[in-house]
Design a protein around this ligand. Structure first.
Ligand SMILES: Nc1ncnc2c1ncn2[C@@H]1O[C@H](COP(=O)(O)OP(=O)(O)OP(=O)(O)O)[C@@H](O)[C@H]1O
Length: 228
């Protein structure tokens, strides 16, 4: 579903962010990306969505080589990928319902589809009763649930999560992880960058560890790491 082949990425004026990274992630896997700050985790995720382009090597997503996709095809690539971030990135003046509906409207889904799917997905994330709230009226955990609903409402093949629990307390974090686990169980491939050793150690999923842009460990049912 996601394959990086000898991928290298350097930003202007910085050291290399990823160096000869080769990784193959199958459909339906749940993968943790771990490593110290600056090790290249976010860069990895941004290459998958083509927010960044590799300098060397190839990035394959759902059977397409992303680097050579023409610009007009990039939106179609992104329809297959839901993204969740540490800072939620909700539209502050729009309600919970509108935030999630927007994700369907921008890809031209008919109104009737929006009307049925948005309440359904908000029920799934446990926010069926907060449709009319604004993000600012919700707790951090609830805001992240809205963000996950928005990322998943289109049933993407892939869900990328960059430190999704970074701003949340441990019990809220556990709820978010249960939700991501449920989404993964529907067959969605989940790749999550995290610094949270407790999560990684309790889930025991595949762990890919980066250090200064290089994969130093790729372990099935892994733990966060030695000395973490
Ligand atoms: N837009 C950018 N411009 C220049 N350098 C960048 C840019 N984004 C990342 N970098 C650099 O690339 C390297 C990898 O950064 P990246 O954000 O991928 O790491 P990370 O593992 O996600 O870090 P963190 O855990 O702090 O989010 C770092 O040295 C960083 O400073």
């Amino acid at each position: 579903m996601i394959r990086l082949e000898h991928v290298t990425k350097a930003y202007k004026g910085t050291t290399v962010a990823l160096r000869d990274v080769s990784v193959d992630i199958q459909k339906g896997e749940f993968v943790f990306l771990v490593g110290p700050s600056g090790s290249g985790k976010s860069t990895f995720l941004r290459l998958v969505t083509k927010e960044e382009v590799a300098d060397g090597g190839q990035v394959w997503v759902a059977g397409k080589e992303v680097g050579s996709l023409s610009p007009f095809k990039v939106p179609y690539l992104r329809r297959n990928i839901g993204c969740v971030f540490q800072d939620f990135r909700l539209l502050p003046t729009k309600t919970v319902y509108e935030n999630v509906a927007f994700a369907l409207e921008v890809i031209g889904r008919p109104r009737q589809v929006v009307k049925t799917q948005v309440p359904q997905i908000l029920d799934l994330v446990g926010l069926g009763k907060k449709l009319r709230s604004l993000p600012g009226e919700l707790s951090g955990g609830e805001q992240q649930r809205v963000a996950i609903a928005r990322a998943f409402v289109n049933r993407p093949l892939i869900l990328l999560a960059d430190e999704p629990t970074g701003n949340l307390d441990p019990s809220t974090t556990a709820g978010i992880m249960r939700l991501l686990d449920r989404i993964n169980k529907t067959g969605t491939t989940v790749v999550m960058a995290t610094h949270d050793n407790t999560i990684v150690d309790s889930m025991r999923r595949r762990v890919i560890e980066l250090d200064r842009g290089t994969v130093i460990r790729d372990q099935e049912r892994g733990i966060y790491g030695v000395g973490a």
